[in-house]
Ligand binder design. Structure first.
Ligand SMILES: [Zn+2]
Ligand SMILES: [Zn+2]
Length: 172
């Protein structure tokens, strides 16, 4: 779905230096997903089903609130809260406190924006590693970066271990 969301030109991100390039990539994607959520997505019934079901984490709710479409956000939250109330109450008094707490924890952890960003990052990192493996120019750009943050260093190594051929893994 919405594949255009994830077509960020990775080389443009790597043309800049300073800080962690993967964080820059994620920031760009996050902003795109937020704009999309309060833009075209509002008119797509299947996407609305997802925002109603998943809601938003505190970080992204704040990011959406800072955006330009507060009326849109109000509408999204209205239908999301209706669905959330229904889900939390679905077992009624028959739910044990433990089960009710479990449902609440799941609701707390789900976020439409986090989910889309994670999905997009997987695709973008995969494209990035492919460029690293096959394009000497991109490899130079990668080497010119000053730093990687620790979580993204780990993320890259995990993806490289899965994706790159043996020789590529060693180079990387
Ligand atoms: Zn980072
Ligand atoms: Zn989130």
């Amino acid at each position: 779905m919405q594949d255009h969301l994830y077509t960020i030109p990775v080389t443009e991100i790597f043309e800049q230096t300073g800080g962690c390039p993967i964080c820059r990539l994620r920031d760009t994607l996050e902003k795109r997903v937020c704009d999309y959520t309060l833009g075209p997505a509002m008119m797509e019934p299947d996407v609305r089903q997802n925002t109603n079901r998943m809601g938003f984490c505190a970080v992204h709710l704040e990011q959406l609130r800072q955006g330009k479409n507060r009326l849109g956000l109000g509408l999204l939250l209205d239908t999301h809260l209706k669905e959330l109330r229904k889900n939390l109450a679905s077992g009624g008094l028959m739910d044990s406190p433990k089960k009710a707490a479990y449902k609440a924890a799941r609701a707390e952890q789900s976020c439409f924006v986090c989910d889309r960003v994670e999905q997009g990052m997987r695709q973008l990192l995969s494209a990035m590693l492919k460029s690293y493996d096959t394009e000497p120019d991109f490899r130079q750009m990668f080497k010119a970066q000053q730093a990687l943050c620790l979580p993204d260093y780990r993320l890259l190594l995990e993806q490289a271990a899965q994706q790159l051929p043996r020789s590529g893994r060693r180079n990387f």
